[in-house]
Design a protein around this ligand. Structure first.
Ligand SMILES: [Zn+2]
Length: 200
């Protein structure tokens, strides 16, 4: 976690460093003395200026059925998790226009769920598959490899780490539950995962 953020792939909201270490540049924002990524892209450090910036990854033409995408959970309704699609997971190219992609409660996981609040929280990043691309996008996170890949503690906002009891906050000790992907914590940059791995 202490690696220098040099040309690494980052997600919106990811901590890049402190405002003492870096001057927040394009594609970043500062909050309470910490610098975070505002975009999905590659973090770059300008050592001379001590500035950090995030360069957005070039957009993909469109999101289509069957695509694997990274999406951010924005809001939970009784039947739908409303998400914004951030990028294609196959190419890590960002999705133009940040399209909305809801996950219906029946597609959140395999089997029945009472409440989407048991599976997701606003701000979570999910790996999802596009069930339908037109006329509106619909996503699923039901298969084991899909679901939440990055989440923050609801109490203190620190990133949650996958432990034996679930998702653990190393800062305040809270344990939270999500419909997490079996690849929780793994983000792959530039890997064409659609072609070199089984997806079901
Ligand atoms: Zn916490």
């Amino acid at each position: 976690m202490n690696e220098t953020p040099h040309e690494r792939f980052v997600m919106p909201g990811e901590l890049l460093g402190t405002a003492e270490e870096y001057v927040p540049g394009h594609g970043t924002y500062e909050d309470s003395g910490r610098v975070y990524a505002a975009l999905l892209g590659r973090a770059k450090v300008d050592a001379t200026a001590r500035a950090i910036s995030v360069e957005a990854i070039h957009g993909i033409p469109r999101i289509g059925e069957g695509d694997l995408v990274y999406a951010r959970v924005d809001e939970l309704k009784s039947q739908m998790a409303i998400c914004t699609i951030l990028a294609s997971a196959a190419t890590n190219r960002s999705a133009p226009g940040a399209p909305e992609g809801p996950i219906h409660i029946s597609k959140a996981k395999d089997g029945y769920t009472d409440s989407l609040a048991d599976e997701f929280a606003p701000g979570d990043i999910v790996l999802a598959r596009v069930l339908q691309g037109h006329p509106s996008i619909k996503l699923t996170t039901a298969p084991a490899e899909l679901g939440v890949v990055a989440a923050r503690c609801q109490s203190c906002h620190a990133p949650l780490t996958l432990g034996s009891k679930g998702l653990v906050c190393l800062r305040c000790g809270a344990i939270e539950r999500r419909k997490q992907s079996r690849e929780y914590g793994v983000l792959r940059a530039g890997e064409n995962r659609g072609q070199d791995r089984p997806t079901q």
